[in-house]
Ligand binder design. Sequence first.
Ligand SMILES: [Zn+2]
Length: 247
Amino acid sequence: MRKCLKITGVVVVALLLFLAFPLVFPTPLFAHSVTLGSLSVFSDEALPKKEARLFLQQVQKRLDQSPVRFPGQHMQIYVANTKWRRTWLWLAVPKGNGGFVVAPLTRWHTFLSGADFKDGVLIGPTGYRPNAPRTLVYYGAHELTHTTMSKKIGWLQFQLMPEWIREGVPDYVALPHESTNALYEKIGEGDADLAMMKAHGVYAPYRLLVSYFLDEKGWSIERLMASNLTLSQARTIVFKALRPRSL
Ligand SMILES: [Zn+2]
């Protein structure tokens, strides 16, 4: 019985290591890289240098405008084009994810499922190519904002925060900035349907709420990330403030 438990323990530990190791130390799996300032992109396929640099420059620009940033901190984006790498790396996350972080295992890095640097487009795990505004730059900035959020607040708090904040802040950073009122006019008060997702990102209704609290109410990012307002509480506050008076 004791021996059986010991073997089970060894197998469980081995499985956890198999799962976690490439997430924590992915570099040996990616032979190609380009670095610009404090950002690097790694790939399992040759990188077009000029386009990869432009990609990094544009991701950095969006991160520089983020309310949650770590200037000078080196961060990495790993692009896993080949299926076996993706199968291995994606064991802990939904298979359809175009990118992910798993705090705290992904320390200062993120993974993307594939990339066409020349067209600036993400290649999803099933081969889909999202349209603008969800460009490759968007995915890089969105995922790395998850990283900075988890570093700022702590990974456990990051996992526990309301989804509208956890996903709304990265879209607020990664998509071109718009005023809260302009967003409200475009997005309105409904849930995200396919047309809205394509035009304004998957988390458009969350981005509107985040935009209101940061830009209109002047909340600090710390205050927003510490908030436990539910989605429906946040919506009530925001819609009441933004709704035209005649309604
Ligand atoms: Zn996300």
